[in-house]
Write a protein that binds this ligand. Structure first.
Ligand code: SF4
Length: 392
């Protein structure tokens, strides 16, 4: 048997192992390899039929790569590359445009978002358990925590999501990188990208692992990412407490949002909110908020818009009161609900601190039409108390 025939036989064996495993049918790695091999006549003239059989097994992709200890399709592709070296850099998944959505992050993935305007992102590589452990720390400057399994699509997605948020200035790369027989090394590739960039073929310089090519993003994105973000190499670190300390010390060095961010991909611009103008009455009535110092509790009186007291509620805290009132559907306008929540919080704070409390009027000018049509007089809080008194 010739060397080529031997390589093809070994390639076939690996493909058959993948075809026998259902987990591969829905894995981007398997589908990418099969589609890639289909492009090379040196392979299809012998394995064409087998590759068509493999394509018939494809299911909707659920993951780019599972990071299995031995990835048969990756082994198959490496074996096939010895028949035609161009196969080593081929790949269908690396030419597919990712589907972005409005908002941030624009691309879906295995991550948890904490805050847009925060400077530190954490990539836990293949240690998925670290995502929750770090997220639950609730560190103020922490923006997003997520995993990373591949050194091509995964890194491309990460770059796009980071570039869409100029507040992110640090990326801590931690957790277990995959160290498989033949596999992926996304962490090593990400650090190499930060240190060396890409060559003229968009291959990450000095990256190891399966096909570290960034074909769906322009060079401009790669360079902007390298300028915006400082990658902190903690590959292998899985101690959540140590990582939390590192995040806190990193946050303290925040230089502020990246001034040269690529404007066209910033997904969430900051909008200036308008001052409230018109105040519309809530047909469900109005509330009077009272801190009851004798009983150390809050009290709310609910009136109809004709000034008739309907109900009285008491509770030890603001949340219990607004939750109860909303459940009873005694509020029919969102601005009224927001107003009541704010007043209850102020009254609760006054009760705790023993400070004086005066109920604020609702913001905005009372709607004249509504007011005249009901022939009612507004009070200082903007409600329809007929006596024209402040509701404090
Ligand atoms: S990583 Fe490789 S072996 Fe694992 S499911 Fe995906 S294609 Fe199959």
């Amino acid at each position: 048997m010739s060397d080529k025939a031997k390589q093809l036989q070994l390639t076939e064996n690996e493909l058959r192992s993948a075809m026998a495993a259902k987990k591969c049918w829905r894995c981007g790695c398997f589908q990418d390899t099969v589609n890639t091999l289909k492009d090379f006549s040196a392979i299809t003239e012998t394995l064409g039929e087998l590759l068509s059989e493999a394509q018939n097994l494809f299911e909707t992709i659920r993951y780019d790569c599972l990071g299995c200890d031995v990835c048969w399709p990756a082994v198959a592709q490496n074996l096939a590359a010895e028949v035609d070296p161009a196969i080593a850099e081929g790949g269908h998944c690396a030419t597919q445009e990712p589907e972005s959505r409005d908002g941030w992050p624009p691309l879906p993935g295995d991550y948890q978002v904490l805050r847009f305007q925060a400077p530190v992102a954490v990539c836990t590589l293949n240690s998925d358990h670290l995502i929750d452990e770090i997220k639950n720390s609730q560190i103020e400057g922490l923006s997003i925590v997520g995993s990373l399994h591949t050194e091509n699509l995964g890194i491309e997605h990460l770059i796009r999501n980071v570039l869409a948020n100029p507040h992110i200035r640090y990326l801590i790369v931690c957790g277990e990188d995959t160290q498989k027989a033949i596999g992926h090394l996304p962490g090593q590739s990400l650090v190499a990208l930060s240190e060396h960039g890409v060559n003229e073929n968009m291959r990450i310089i000095e990256a190891k692992g399966k096909r570290p090519m960034l074909k769906n993003i322009p060079l401009e994105y790669v360079e902007s990412f390298r300028n915006q973000v400082q990658v902190i190499n903690q590959i292998g670190e899985v101690d959540a407490a140590l990582l939390q300390d590192l995040i806190i010390s990193t946050v303290s060095n925040d230089p502020g949002p990246f001034a040269d961010a690529l404007k066209e991909i910033i997904s969430v611009p900051v909008e200036q909110a308008d001052e409230p103008d018109r105040l519309k009455l809530d047909p469900a009535g109005y509330f009077v908020v009272i801190p009851d110092r004798a009983q150390q509790q809050l009290m709310v009186e609910h009136y109809s818009n004709k000034g008739v007291l309907n109900r009285i509620f008491t509770a030890g805290n603001a949340a219990a009161l607004y939750t109860h009132i909303i459940k009873l559907e005694l509020i029919s306008r969102l601005d009224h609900a927001a107003y009541l929540g704010r007043e209850l919080a102020r009254a609760e704070q006054a009760l705790l601190s023993d400070e004086n409390y005066i109920q604020d009027r609702a913001p905005g000018e009372l709607d004249e039409v509504a007011s005249n049509s009901q022939s009612q007089q507004s009070t200082a809080c903007g409600c329809n108390n007929k006596k024209g008194e402040s509701c404090n």
